[in-house]
Design a protein around this ligand. Sequence first.
Ligand SMILES: [Zn+2]
Ligand SMILES: [Zn+2]
Length: 384
Amino acid sequence: MKPANVVGKLLRALLGLLLLLLGFAGFFTCAATTVDYPVVASQEGVQAWPRGAFHVHTTRSDGRGTVEEVAAAARAAGLQFVVLTDHNDFGPREPAFVNGVLMIPAVEISTPTGHLVAFGMQTPLDGPRARQEGMSAVEAAGGVSVLAHPVQKKNPWTDAEGARRARGFELYSADTFFRDAVRSPLSRLIPAVGATFANAMHGVMLLVTPQPASTERLLELTQERPRLALCSHDAHGWPRYRDVFLALATYLPPTALPEPLSMEPKVAAAQVLRALSSGQAVCAFRGLGEPMGFALEGPLSEQREARVGDVLTIRLPPHEPGSVRVEVSGAGRLRPDGAAIELVEEGAVQIEAWVLAPGRFFGSEWRPWIVPSPIRVLPRSSGG
Ligand SMILES: [Zn+2]
Ligand SMILES: [Zn+2]
């Protein structure tokens, strides 16, 4: 056979494959035209909680958008604040309102044992020292450390001992969702890309899956001391900033932020960061519904500690029966009433609201919806 014939055959085979993949993706595009968001309808006349994006990259590192473009996307998505976490961006920066959105400088540090998000530093971080020492450098600067996408194949957190020093933990990470999907192109990635052509929200939401390994690791760490669970956009501009901001946000309920946000950027940034580190912030996959009305009630300390035998009650935003369920992991047991959670053993418990959301085909799948920080469960008798 002449070389030209071989090339021709190869090209035809490639074209055939491409058409096949397009057809396959097209199937999911068609399916996506029938779905509706949000799944839980918004309530009329309810005061919205301040909401924002945590863990966002710009052109200051490997993001596609400038700070101004990210602020415009956040404004279009109805966010009040964005925590910017460009890679190893140690230069001095001040919080500022851009386009009416509070842009808060923070940093994602590449350390030898994984990525670390640091915010709220009282003194500037020394770059080389921070990259080498991670948590201890952040602590010395008066900041809060968060393990970024700790349970992930590409850039996991690998230092088990060091992990115990971090206050925060990215329980759900859009970057991890995306990388998981890339590893399962036929069952995860192509359905999401196909759906995006008809419904961008559905495309992003199809990437969201339960994260049992991440939850288990967070609960292990919470046995020792209270931890912050954060949801991370890890936004780089693809999928588009606005789409991921509309799909997910970190909310500051009145328990986390009792007073309105200041108009003065430094004061406002301090308010947001204090709320984020209080353990009272919640994240919500807002594409599925807004979280206003969600609460965990009962004998809970400010540090989110309770005792074996205590009973907590979960309050949920109004919803259609059967569309929402309470997901309890760890040291708690949901009672048959579906709202009371009994703390049955020492350790830690994670209590989330999940929603029956549109699936890849025409069915439905349970997805995480409202995600608070975990609760540490102390023994009945200790301390008094
Ligand atoms: Zn990272
Ligand atoms: Zn990142």
